[in-house]
Design a protein around this ligand. Sequence first.
Ligand code: FE2
Ligand code: FE2
Length: 337
Amino acid sequence: MHVSRERHSDRAASPSLTPPPVIGEPDRDRRFEARVTRDEKVEPNEWMPDAYRKTLIRQISQHAHSEIVGMQPEGNWLTRAPTLRRKAALLAKIQDEAGHGLYLYAAAETLGVSREEMQDQLLAGAAKYSSIFNYPTLSWADIGAIGWLVDGAAIMNQIPLCRCSFGPYARAMIRICKEESFHQRQGFEIMLTLCRGTPAQKAMAQDALDRWWWPVLMMFGPPDAASPHSDRSMRWKIKRLSNDALRQQFVDATVPQARFLGLTIPDPQLAFDEASGQWQIGAIDWSEFRAVLAGNGPCNRERLRRAREAHAAGAWVREAALAHAEKRRARAAAPPS
Ligand SMILES: [Fe+2]
Ligand SMILES: [Fe+2]
């Protein structure tokens, strides 16, 4: 009875409408996990577990927001850059960050979230952006410290993401990492110039390091023991190295650079461990990190207010672009005269 009904239905008559064989969910999950284990890339039109999709949307959109909000602390110094060369480099770096935000929003959109939705979340203060962008830029040396340390930490975080299992994110990261390396070098060069300058300039560089060091270490996220979703993200190859492993890599790369600059890392407990060949750091004050993530960072409200103002100020550009696109569409559709 069942067979004959199927045979006579419209569906069965047309091969193109024949539904694909139903794969049991556990089987689908297993196949997905196996593909990821084989290091195959997952593309947007392919089946993926809901939790994988949601984790990526959260991670990529937060990353995009950080790129966008991160333009503000540096934009603050564009009109006060000490030379034309510094200004041109800083301008190029900030434009790169805008580009990073755009690639990342585009990568997140392939997972089924709209750009408008992400934008609204950011402007409503509901979305998270990296806690590092809650801190003020008090002197020109902060621009050096941000490039050297914040972009340096971004590279550490992002190089493993070039091998992320989700194709669009991994591909966006390859280009982003190349640009981050220029950002890091421009920051280090600012620090080097200040450290070879007058005692007042060197003191300015030290003060910037003192203020940025601990927030930068927090940028790698909570310790592994307190990072609940880390294991799953590692299994899915969304994340390749743990927060603590990345933080350690950063410390080991940065301490010798600080010494080369003649600066002191503001951590009296910092010590080289001969056995592991690694630098051991003192305890991180995670209460500051939690306060910043809860929206109580020193500049959180100001940065959100400026993001909203910039969005409102750009409304006429969006309207003009839409009107222009509409005009072109109408012209293309009109019969030739
Ligand atoms: Fe960036
Ligand atoms: Fe950058």
